[in-house]
Design a protein. Structure first.
Ligand SMILES: [Zn+2]
Length: 269
């Protein structure tokens, strides 16, 4: 019991610290008026966004700060961050107990990393909310979350099937869909910060690659950014996002921010 208490308290403290940092971000960003429902820099209502994050192998607190900063610099957002589950590979967070878990949000960013969680009812409660129309952003280890599950629902939602990744390197990135609005302004030449290249076994028929990189191991070209249509939801995904340096890279952050705006239909704001 003592361990559970300590774990809960630790999560609580982390949440408080993070809420504080978000409040600071919103204040410094000058979006307080937008958050109160008044005039915003783009003239639109604030987007209600949920970030779900935690799990194995990455600096999720830093990543959430970088994402909220970068996206809030482009469009007003009311952020909710659920940072739960611990740093293992198997967790089932209480948020998803409610089948209507996503109903209060305009978009969900999945940045959770629990590869060995396999409960099919749990996974289908997550995907069903998106199938019903809630857009999503999926980042890096979200592609290996629920990797051990037998069902394909999560992979169909993502738009890609991936079960492993290549070593860390700086990967040259090629725009595969230059005409897609998300890619407007994407540099002709961009090399990723040191990151992992995820091996994509399958790009689902509902998905379209936006950018690709070539494996230094097998010489094959794999999508590193894409869009997907899952039921009523637009989904934007990227397999980059391992290192802090990636979350400091303006091209990466701008592409995710544009993907976010596209997914909620606010790219032209
Ligand atoms: Zn990683």
């Amino acid at each position: 019991m003592q361990n559970i208490f300590h774990a809960s308290r630790f999560r609580f403290v982390r949440s408080i610290q993070f809420c504080f940092s978000i409040a600071v971000v919103l204040g410094l960003g000058g979006f307080a008026r937008g958050a109160e429902g008044q005039a915003s820099p783009t003239g639109g209502a604030p987007i209600r966004a949920l970030i779900i994050t935690d799990g194995c192998c990455h600096n999720y607190q830093f990543q959430s700060r970088a994402l909220t900063n970068a996206i809030s610099a482009q469009i007003p957002v009311e952020w909710t961050v659920v940072h739960e589950g611990g740093n293992g590979t198997r967790a089932m967070i209480p948020l998803y107990d409610d089948p209507n878990w996503a109903s209060k949000y305009d978009i969900v960013i999945h940045n959770e990393c629990f590869a060995d969680t396999t409960d099919e009812n749990y996974i289908r409660r997550i995907t069903q909310a998106h199938f019903n129309g809630v857009p999503a952003i999926v980042i890096h280890c979200a592609m290996h979350t629920y990797r051990a599950a037998q069902i394909d629902d999560w992979r169909e939602f993502l738009g890609v099937t991936s079960r492993r990744h290549d070593h860390q390197s700086s990967y040259p990135v090629k725009a595969a869909a230059k005409d897609h609005p998300i890619m407007n302004g994407f540099p002709a030449v961009w090399t990723s910060p040191k990151d992992e290249l995820y091996v994509i076994e399958k790009l689902w028929p509902s998905a379209k690659a936006l950018a690709t990189s070539v494996s230094e191991r097998d010489g094959k070209e794999y999508p590193v950014a894409w869009v997907n249509q899952y039921g009523g939801a637009r989904v934007f995904g990227t397999t980059f996002g391992h290192s802090d340096d990636t979350f400091r890279d303006p091209v990466f952050l701008n592409t995710v921010a544009r993907g976010f705006r596209w997914a909620v239909g606010r790219l032209n704001d």
